[in-house]
Each structure stands twice: as structure tokens, then as C-alpha cells.
Design a protein around this ligand. Structure first.
Ligand code: GLC
Length: 551
């Protein structure tokens, strides 16, 4: 049985990973062909974002049928083969369960719209506050009001995301039973883990206007959320202790995460929280341009690290996923320091207490998309906000500048396999443009090259297997107020680990309180010697990780 604390999880966005049949969309057979690559990297699990039948308004996060695979991605036979081939390589598959909402094309919703009361009760329908006035002023995460009017009923339905993603009514026991059944179905197909999409939004507190925010306080970490998760655990994945689970927790609080991912709480194995990825927002407002706040980033990372540890709860640690811009473009630096900064950022989180996630292409130091035309964008959230920003009075150029930094499409460009046509992703025309830098940044060039970003990630993953301190050690932040250094110490059974990262281009000199003579270097991102004994000198974006064995 794998220990999820010693595991590393590789995330695949199937649509952009590898296309085996030339239609421009990645597919399951494409993934099968790349399992050796993932094995070479050393990942233990693959989390795949949804490939179920879907109209693809939100690239599969709008599920029409939870039991069948969208033909664009392949067949159930392909899936079975993928699971078997992954298993042969010691890799488990994790599926993405989108349970806060379905697609509006789901048969339940179609029946609901046809007036079937049983299925209307699967969703959240409410009367408006008056003619043309929705039940509450909540905003959809993708822009606009979160309620859609249905004239036949003179009622509205709730959609916290796109209008094509109606929220499910978890107060209805029948809905909860359906969800557990879906999980059990995939467990029987040999799936080893689940990621639950925005799962802390499923329990709504009250349908009231929000005069302080966008409504999230009425549905985030709601009153019955822990009960619902424990029930789902008991009725599905909890029946097999080998299954690993992660909940995507939108705008959550740490106190709730102590329970979501508590060792004793029988909810989930771990959580994704996102506060550290809002340090380049203005409050909760993402569609603005503000420089990122390094001290805030550090504060948030450290408070979650120590808080979760003190409460015996487990973090997922990550910078990237299909909703986030590329980290090297965000907190590192493209150009001369791209590889160095990509490695530093990797080390910064891989030694933290938690299970690391690597998002496809992150291990190559892939960068943001660099799109310049709205016709290049595909993401529903980006397209909506491009329009909304201009409606608010921003110039088109400013709207473009914001999209270039924050759009989710930054991480959705095709995986860069080689310097061949379309980066080796497809023989056809990719559904979204390939980043032109694939000639320089690609897997073929990196796998065999010792100094590559790929091999740095590979080494980080193998260190986790070799040194138990990485998974089990205590963590102590160091120099929490330093304006450029991110440093922490791990300790376990007399061993120590010091992780030192310079987050900026300027060289940094730091005098450690503790003499580091007894430490040896485990890994670093400069090939030339580093120095750390009396004083630590860190070159631009340098990281060094030092280790001291037990006496
Ligand atoms: C999660 C997914 C995101 C999706 C949203 C709605 O945040 O990661 O891609 O759009 O949920 O399902």
C-alpha cells in the first residue's frame, strides 16, 4: 500500500496532454503512450481532470454523464487499458469528481427543466425577489449573477459557475446517494484516488443577499459540509483504505481544513487551499494587475504549514494546476533565469510538509501562453471576464494585459513533447495554440539532459522516497520577515534539513543563527559550488537544501 505522504502526484489535463488520433484534442490513448515518461519522473499517482461525457463548456467540469467517457477522449476499454498499464508501472489513477454541479445537459437537469419535481429537487430552484430580480445578489465565479431565470417556472436556478453548470442540491439525500454510487462505480474500475472539485461549496447556508462580498460567505465551508463529506467517505472511498483523496477547497478557512484533512476525521486525505495563490490579486479580485506580495506568500505558506501540522492534518503542496498561470512566469522569471527559478520554486515546496503535485509541463519549466488575440483564448472564465472588464470601462489593451497574466489558458496550452510540429502534441491542429517556445522548452530535450528542470524534479521526487524526514519531519519557518529569503527547517529523529531559497534576482547574503558546518548539500540549482557555512550566499533565484544526519 502506498503512503500518500511519501507520494508525488502528477496532474494531467487530458485535453492538452497528448493526442493519439490527430483530432487536435488529447485523449486517453495519448496518456497510455506517455506512462513511461511519468514513470521516469517518478510520480506515484496521476490525477486526470474530467474526461466524462460533457458538452465541454468548461472543458469537462460540466459533466453530462458521470458513468461514461466522452468519445472525444476515448472509450471505457481505453480507460481500462490505461488503468492496467499504469498499475503495471506502480502508478495509481485519480479521477476528478465534479459534484457541486452537473452540466445543464445532464439528464437530471433536463428532467428538472421538463417540470419533473423529483429532479427539480436535485437542483436549487428559487423564486426571485421580484420581477426580474434574482433570489440573491451572489456573483458567479465566472462573472455575472449566479442565478438563471427559467420563465416556465418563473423561478431561478443557482449556478455558482457557468450558467451551463447548475448547482446540485446536497440537502436532498437522493443526490448524496447518487454521488456515492458514482464513486463506487469508479472504485470498481480500479481507480486509486479521487479529487473532489470545489467540494467545500456543496452545503449552502442561507439564500440571502451579501452586502459585504460576492456571496461566498453563504456557501463556503457551509453548515453541513463535514457531515456530507463523512457520509460520502463512509458510503464510498472510505470502504477501501488504499484510496487517496484530495478536496479542492475554494476560499476555505484553515480551521475547516483541520477537519477536512485531519488524520482522525474520516473526511479526506488532504486538501488544496488557494490563499497562497491570491498574493497577486487585490483581495479576492483576480482580474487586476498587482505585483505579487512575497511576504504575504511566505506568511500564508508558513501559517498553513505549521497550523496543519499542529492539528495533525495534511496539505497538498502545489504551485500549478489547470486553473493557475504557470509558476515560473508568476513567481519566477522567464528568460535567462527560467530554468534556475523553475528549480528553486520546485524545491521551495517539495520539501514542505505535504504531498506535492506536479502539473503537466511544470517539470519542464513551461511558461505562460503569451496570447495576444482574444481568438486564441478558449476558457469560458477568461472570455467572460474579457468582456466584463471592457464593460467596466477598461481599454481592450488593459483587458489583454490582465488576461495575459491571469487567464487559466496560460496553463492549458499543449504539453511540449518535442521540437517537432505542434510540439509533438498532435498530428492535427491543436484545440488551443501551442506556445511558440516549444522549440526550446520540450521534454525530448530535457529527459536525457542531467541539468534540466525535468531531472531536477526527478531528483526531488527520488529524495522524498529516500529521506523519510521529507514526508514526516516537523517544520519550523526561519526568518519569517526576511524580504527575499524563504527558509525553513525540517527535523525528525535527530536528522535536520535546511531549505534555503532566494526568491529574487538580487544576490542575497544571510547569516544563519545556527552554524551549518555539519550539513551537506542534498540538492541545489547551480552547478558551481555554493557556500553556506558561516554565511549563506545565494545567487539569483538560488536554492540549496542542506542535510544533517542524526548523531
Ligand atoms: C474547479 C476546477 C475548475 C472548474 C471549476 C468548476 O475550480 O478546477 O477548472 O472550472 O471547479 O467546476
Amino acid at each position: 500500500m502506498k503512503d500518500f505522504k511519501k507520494s508525488v502526484i502528477y496532474q494531467i489535463y487530458p485535453k492538452s496532454f497528448c493526442d493519439s488520433d490527430g483530432d487536435g484534442l488529447g485523449d486517453l490513448r495519448g496518456i497510455i503512450g506517455k506512462l513511461d515518461y511519468i514513470k521516469e519522473l517518478g510520480a506515484d499517482y496521476i490525477w486526470m481532470t474530467p474526461f466524462f461525457v460533457s458538452p465541454q463548456n468548461d472543458n469537462g467540469y460540466d459533466v453530462e454523464d458521470y458513468y461514461n467517457i466522452d468519445p472525444r477522449y476515448g472509450t471505457m476499454e481505453d480507460f481500462q487499458e490505461l488503468a492496467a498499464e499504469a498499475d503495471k508501472r506502480g502508478i495509481g489513477l485519480m479521477l476528478d469528481m465534479v459534484f457541486n454541479h452537473t452540466s445543464s445537459h445532464h439528464q437530471w437537469f433536463k428532467k428538472a427543466l421538463a417540470g419533473d419535481e423529483t429532479y427539480k429537487n436535485y437542483y436549487i430552484f428559487r423564486k426571485g425577489k421580484g420581477p426580474g430580480v434574482p433570489p440573491t445578489n451572489w456573483e458567479s465565479k465566472f462573472g455575472g449573477n449566479a442565478w438563471e431565470y427559467v420563465p416556465e417556472f418563473d423561478e431561478y436556478y443557482l449556478h455558482l459557475f457557468d450558467v451551463s453548470q447548475p448547482d446540485l442540491n446536497w440537502e436532498n439525500e437522493e443526490v448524496r446517494r447518487e454521488m456515492a454510487k458514482i464513486v463506487r462505480f469508479w472504485m470498481e474500475k480500479g481507480v486509486r484516488g479521487f479529487r473532489f472539485d470545489v467540494v467545500n461549496l456543496i452545503s449552502k447556508a442561507a439564500y440571502e443577499d451579501d452586502y459585504q462580498g460576492d456571496g461566498r460567505r453563504f456557501y463556503t465551508d457551509g453548515p453541513r459540509i463535514h457531515e456530507f463529506l463523512r457520509e460520502l467517505n463512509e458510503n464510498s472511498f472510505g470502504q477501501n483504505p488504499e484510496i487517496v483523496t484530495v478536496g479542492e477547497m475554494s476560499s476555505t478557512s484553515m480551521e475547516n481544513c483541520f477537519l477536512y484533512a485531519g488524520a482522525e476525521s474520516k473526511e479526506l486525505s488532504m486538501v488544496f487551499s488557494f490563499h497562497h495563490l491570491k498574493v497577486d490579486f487585490a483581495g479576492n479580485e483576480k482580474w487586476v494587475l498587482v505585483p505579487y506580495d512575497f511576504r504575504k506568500l511566505k506568511d500564508i505558506l508558513f501559517s498553513w504549514q505549521t497550523g496543519m501540522a499542529e492539528n495533525n492534518a495534511w496539505n497538498a503542496v502545489f504551485w500549478c494546476n489547470h486553473d493557475q498561470p504557470r509558476v515560473v512566469s508568476r513567481f519566477g522569471k522567464e528568460g535567462k533565469y527560467r530554468e534556475i527559478s523553475a528549480k528553486m520554486l520546485a524545491a521551495a515546496i517539495h520539501f514542505m510538509r505535504g504531498t506535492p503535485y506536479v502539473y503537466q509541463g511544470e517539470e519542464l519549466g513551461m511558461t505562460n501562453a503569451g496570447f495576444t488575440e482574444i481568438s486564441q483564448y478558449r476558457d469560458v472564465e477568461s472570455l467572460n471576464h474579457f468582456r466584463i472588464l471592457q464593460e467596466k470601462g477598461l481599454s481592450q489593451d488593459d483587458a489583454y494585459r490582465i488576461l495575459r497574466v491571469h487567464s487559466r489558458d496560460n496553463s492549458r496550452t499543449p504539453m511540449q513533447w518535442s521540437d517537432e510540429k505542434e510540439a509533438g502534441f498532435t498530428e492535427g491542429t491543436p484545440w488551443i495554440g501551442v506556445n511558440p517556445n516549444y522549440k526550446e522548452i520540450n521534454a525530448a530535450a530535457q529527459v536525457g539532459s542531467e541539468d534540466s528542470v525535468f531531472n531536477f524534479y526527478k531528483k526531488l521526487i527520488s529524495l522524498r522516497k529516500k529521506y523519510d524526514i521529507i514526508a514526516y519531519g516537523d517544520i519550523t519557518p526561519i526568518e519569517a520577515n526576511h524580504p527575499a529569503l524563504l527558509a525553513y527547517k525540517r527535523s525528525w529523529q535527530g536528522e535536520n534539513l535546511m531549505v534555503l531559497c532566494n526568491f529574487f534576482e538580487k544576490e542575497l547574503i544571510w547569516k544563519p543563527e545556527e552554524n551549518l558546518k555539519g550539513y551537506v548539500k542534498l540538492i541545489g540549482n547551480y552547478s558551481e559550488e555554493s557556500s553556506w557555512e558561516d554565511e549563506v550566499k545565494l545567487r539569483p533565484f538560488e536554492t540549496i537544501v542542506l542535510y544533517q544526519a542524526a548523531e
